[in-house]
Design a protein around this ligand. Sequence first.
Ligand SMILES: [Zn+2]
Length: 367
Amino acid sequence: MEVFCGTAELAEEERLNSLRFLWMKKCNSFEAFRSVPKRRNEMAKKIAVGVDLGGTNIRMVLGDEKGRILSRMNVRTESRKGPEGLIQQLVRIIRSIMSNLGSDEDVLGVGVASAGTLDAERKTIKIFANLPFNNIPIVEPLEEELKMPVHLLNDCSAAAIGEKMFGAGRNVENLVYITISTGIGGGVYVDGHLLFGKDGNAHEIGHMTIDMAGRLLCGCGKRGHWEAYCSGKNIPNYARLLLQEKSSEEIERSLLVKFSKDNFQSMTAKDLYDAAKSGDALSKEIVDKIGEANALGFANVINLYDPEIITVGGTVALKNEDLVINPIQKYVENYAVNRVPDIKITPLGGDVVLYGALAMVFHENNL
Ligand SMILES: [Zn+2]
């Protein structure tokens, strides 16, 4: 991808942005940053860059404070050149997407939503599970290069902010967003405050224990965690565990054999849900059991945080809406003590994290 150089006008704007950034650093205040006179019209449309940084792909949007997405970009994550290479790639593509800006648009900052574990100050990605390196400084190098404020949050926390600012949570103060994807994670608002915890990891709901017998091992190394049974990566493990209780006649009759290409060892979550969608009784029974385990996790979340609404995203949920949501609604009352809230798929769909990345910039004072 080409490095953005800019026209003479934009180069001048970059110079002014640089001066404003230095002034902001000196005053250590974003308010000061905003109070420095700008060459552009103060009525200029306020724009932010939202980045969803994943181990495989980087998705990026330009959007405004009303949540309108103006342009988007999707590139493979550069992992061969270590943290420095990744930072350089981010700088390059952020500059590139900003080259789409109109003359009456002004970028307020960049929000980066990242998979993985962050440090307590939310400036560095400490552990990035899907990249061959860790300890990636994000905020300072990007601010130095781009001369604008940069915010970093875990992708599940970001999704909760996106839901609160632009999605189904706009009129509530108590909201949980849950992703059922490769892993299971969440973001939680209680009384209008996003929960972070001592290290910023209060969203790790996928690692709550739902099976004291610890039959399945979680990717984190502990046993019996919700994610070990119900995440996209681990659903096949739970399905194989449940199949052990079935007779060979039942299994042979099942379409799951065909959908798994005669090999349960290489079965995917998609194989299972596709077989259930085709009406296969055994697959539907397993999907129902997965839903019951999900209901246990949801009930624990409801008992802990008492949300007014729970929205659900992530690939497994978005691609199998009814098969994921219906069993949760069916079983959650068995485990919840608190009043069960509305549980539904996020209206922001696969962009919920990107909306959150934008919301980080526009609602920085709420973070
Ligand atoms: Zn775990």
